[in-house]
Design a protein around this ligand. Structure first.
Ligand code: ADP
Length: 490
């Protein structure tokens, strides 16, 4: 059965992933897996997703049909074909109920414990990905590139390396280096890998089997979600033990910034706002500030600068710095609004601050999509002092909403925010305030620079308009991935 109506000459990409919005999501990988293939599809790439047949995937995809059946040492595995409901991107699903069809999350059970057979579950996903990228594929559709994402699909490059005959090129993308898929060495041969692959020059890492190490070692190319993070993961500080390998492979390591959903995050049509606006109607932003102050029970003052944080409250996000500078900041006429949840001790410290400064500080613990949109629109300045940040999204949303961000110069923050200096204000590139090193005095100084600029109406309008004019859409990033794929099959 023909699988697609894409033009015959287009580049073929198999995008292997363990989660996808809106079917199954635990983090940012799900958003990328939905948006990037959709953008590639619009660019004319013949891209197909490869997903495990979790219940959420089996139930969420209608009209599935079997395109291949394979006999493995443990049983029969079916590959089903379908189409993503929103984007129309074709999907291949690995259907093997004993490993995938169970209640709970994609990686963990309902109690937050990792599934004990995760090596087999994602080993099978990788084996099917490798099979479809090899000469032995049962399908007539052969990808030119297999794009692997995070550890769950990272055995595809080693498996393809040891496969017979012609094979697809491989790209291994790191979305989160902290999770590596580390398992007992005995599993190597149960996952279709030859024993000799278990070596320092292979899938071995500190005596264990590491899926991610294998992917990074054997992939034709590696990418991560921002150019600065691509540099940072080569250092002892942020390399999670893989800095040596990543640094050795730096010639084949590229950083490409994630895009944002430009429809969902558009102040001109955002249903969560009190008033829609764009760069030509920035005055209408004030109605959102009033609505936000009312929602959060902050003093109703249109002139006072309102600083916002929307974040997981985790050490990575550097919010301890905000607590440290809060006493100095709160001497000034300003308001602070925080939305987030996470580490209990930090949550309590923020709640205490709000109790001590009623009308001036508001802290909302929890996850609230609507409030997050109104905060991006109603605040004047956005704060994101992350210790490290592979890409980050909120700093891009805030620029699009005319709310210049104050950020630490790390990862995607360094790549997407241009510090306001005399020169960048003059050449029209300034969009926010960037500080380094990561320290309370530097953060405070950057916030003070932002407050001073806020006081100069013309400067502030320039900054807002510069940020609102930036192109953070997926189209720009997808074009970079396409160029990278092309370079791999030359
Ligand atoms: P990370 O993926 O590390 O948490 P990002 O900035 O890349 O950080 O993305 C976080 C996403 O989650 C953004 O879309 C942000 O708006 C959203 N978010 C985080 N915390 C909350 C919250 N408490 N309420 C609503 N949205 C939130």
């Amino acid at each position: 059965m023909p699988l697609s109506s894409a033009p015959p000459a287009s580049l073929k990409v198999l995008f292997a992933t363990s989660e996808i919005h809106p079917l199954v999501k635990t983090g940012g990988l799900a958003d990328v897996s939905a948006a990037l293939p959709a953008a590639l599809h619009r660019l004319g790439v013949d891209v197909r997703l490869l997903l495990p047949g979790y219940p959420q995937v089996m139930d969420g995809l209608k009209n599935k049909w079997v395109v291949a059946t394979g006999i493995f040492e443990f049983g029969e595995v079916r590959v089903l074909s379908s189409v993503m409901p929103d984007s129309g991107v074709p999907v291949l699903v690995v259907d093997y109920p004993p490993l995938y069809r169970r209640a709970g999350g994609p990686y963990q059970d309902a109690h937050g414990r990792d599934w004990p057979d995760n090596a087999l579950r994602f080993g099978l996903l990788s084996r099917i990905g490798a099979l479809l990228g090899s000469d032995a594929s049962p399908l007539s559709w052969r990808p030119d590139v297999v794009h692997c994402n995070d550890w769950q699909t990272a055995l595809i490059p080693p498996l393809l390396y040891y496969a017979q005959g012609a094979r697809a090129a491989t790209l291994m993308t790191i979305h989160n280096l902290a999770y590596q898929g580390i398992f007992a060495p005995e599993l190597v041969t149960h996952l279709g890998l030859p024993p000799e692959s278990f070596s320092m020059h292979g899938v071995e890492f500190c005596g264990s089997l590491s899926f991610l190490k294998g992917g990074l070692y054997y992939a034709d190319h590696i990418s991560t979600v921002s150019p600065t993070y691509a540099e940072e993961i080569q250092t002892d500080e942020l390399g999670f033990g893989l800095q040596g390998l990543l640094s050795e492979r730096r010639q084949q390591l590229t950083g490409i910034v994630n895009g944002i959903d430009a429809h969902q995050w558009n102040p001109a049509s955002d249903p969560y706002l009190a008033a829609d606006y764009d760069a030509a109607k920035l005055g209408r932003k004030e109605a959102n500030k009033s609505a936000l102050q009312a929602w959060l029970k902050l003093d109703p003052d249109p002139a006072v600068p309102l600083l916002a944080v929307i974040s997981r409250i985790a050490p990575q996000k550097g919010l301890d710095l905000l607590l440290e500078i809060a006493p100095a900041l709160l001497e000034l006429p300003l308001q602070i609004a925080v939305l987030g949840s996470g580490e209990r001790s930090l949550e309590h410290a923020f709640l205490k601050l709000a109790r001590e400064h009623r009308g001036k500080v508001s802290v909302t613990i929890g996850f609230d999509e609507g409030l997050s949109h109104l905060m991006e629109a109603g605040a004047d300045i956005f704060l994101m002092p992350s210790r490290f940040e592979p890409c980050g999204l909120n700093q891009m949303y805030s620029q699009r909403y005319g709310t210049p961000p104050v950020v630490h110069a790390t990862g995607g923050l360094a790549d997407t925010v241009v510090d306001a200096t005399a020169a960048t204000l003059k050449d029209g590139s300034a969009t926010g305030f960037v500080f380094e090193p990561f320290s309370a005095p530097e953060f405070l100084a950057a916030v003070q620079r932002a407050l001073a600029a806020y006081g100069k109406k013309k400067t502030w309008r320039t900054l807002q308009k510069n940020g609102m004019g930036r192109d953070f859409s997926w189209e720009a990033s997808a074009a970079k991935y396409l160029a990278l794929y092309r370079s791999l099959i030359k």
